[in-house]
Design a protein around this ligand. Structure first.
Ligand SMILES: Cc1cc2nc3c(=O)[nH]c(=O)nc-3n(C[C@H](O)[C@H](O)[C@H](O)COP(=O)(O)OP(=O)(O)OC[C@H]3O[C@@H](n4cnc5c(N)ncnc54)[C@H](O)[C@@H]3O)c2cc1C
Length: 249
């Protein structure tokens, strides 16, 4: 087994929505380990040729008994999605705990805006659950169809979450919705933007250019899934989603 990976077992699987599968993973070695809000794991997916692919998934929830939950979009095209669709209780799975947080909670502000797509919900949820009850929260996720939205009982603050139907290029519908919202003051707000590269770029540009969030407060980003009309975009970068955190203060 490659360094940094540990063998776990799939301990439960269920459909969260029509195209999102919730996979619970367990290992004795994880007992007592606390994943930070927004943390992710890398999953090693062996290929038939002796090599392996790796995909990162956000930890939605975890327990002190060594179990944690992922929520994987079943788009059907790649090894990550195919693994999530097929895995069954008892299957071994190799995971590596990521050392760096892709996006960290900013506990210094009063208001938190969380924007993204289907792949963003687990990490956004983990961040929201870690916030104090008095924190102002507004989240909006752009989904390919409304049957991909998570059911209200699965969401920590359903009253703070909005869903928009994707229309055209990823991010267009989310930005159209955002443009109609009055947002908390940029001075006391942090916006967390994750998901597909175009969506992140559009939402980030809207927040900075049109809504006065300072550019100097943009955290490093990394890209992954190619945009539909820029197939080479992100190839030279680490795999995964484009993440950016826009902090306004
Ligand atoms: C820190 C981090 C956290 C992440 N958390 C999550 C998470 O919680 N849940 C999650 O589902 N993913 C998450 N991802 C994305 C995940 O790592 C994979 O990129 C994703 O599952 C696609 O991998 P794949 O092997 O299925 O497809 P790939 O082999 O990467 O791609 C195959 C084809 O599928 C297309 N494709 C890829 N993703 C999608 C999609 N969502 N919808 C439609 N088409 C797609 C690609 O454009 C490509 O054409 C996260 C990524 C990072 C970096």
């Amino acid at each position: 087994m490659p360094q940094g990976f540990e063998v776990c077992r799939v301990s439960a699987v269920r459909l969260m929505s029509s195209q999102v599968r919730n996979v619970t993973i367990a290992a004795e070695s994880l007992a007592g380990f606390a994943f930070e809000p927004g943390a992710d794991v890398a999953i090693r997916l062996p290929r038939g040729d002796g090599g392996a692919d790796e995909r990162h998934y956000s930890v939605w929830k975890s327990t002190a008994e060594g179990k944690f939950d992922l929520c994987v979009v079943l788009h059907g095209l790649g090894p990550g999605s195919q693994w999530a669709a097929r895995c069954a209780v008892g299957d071994p799975v190799e995971i590596s705990r990521s050392r760096a947080l892709p996006i960290a909670l900013d506990r210094s502000v009063e208001a938190h805006l969380l924007f993204g797509d289907e792949t963003s919900i687990a990490s956004a949820e983990a961040l929201i659950r870690a916030l104090p009850a008095e924190a102002v929260v507004l989240a909006c996720f752009e989904v390919a169809s409304m049957d991909r939205r998570w059911p209200d009982p699965e969401v920590a603050r359903p009253e703070a979450v909005r869903w928009v139907d994707r229309a055209g290029r990823p991010g267009s519908a989310l930005v159209s919705w955002l443009a109609r919202q009055s947002l908390p003051s940029a001075n006391s707000t942090t916006a967390y933007v994750t998901g597909e590269a175009w969506l992140c770029a559009m939402v980030h540009a809207h927040l900075v250019r049109d809504r006065g969030f300072p550019t100097g407060a943009v955290a490093p980003c990394h890209t992954g899934r190619p945009s539909p009309d820029r197939p080479d975009h992100g190839r030279a970068q680490p795999r995964g989603r484009f993440h950016c955190a826009t902090a306004g203060r």
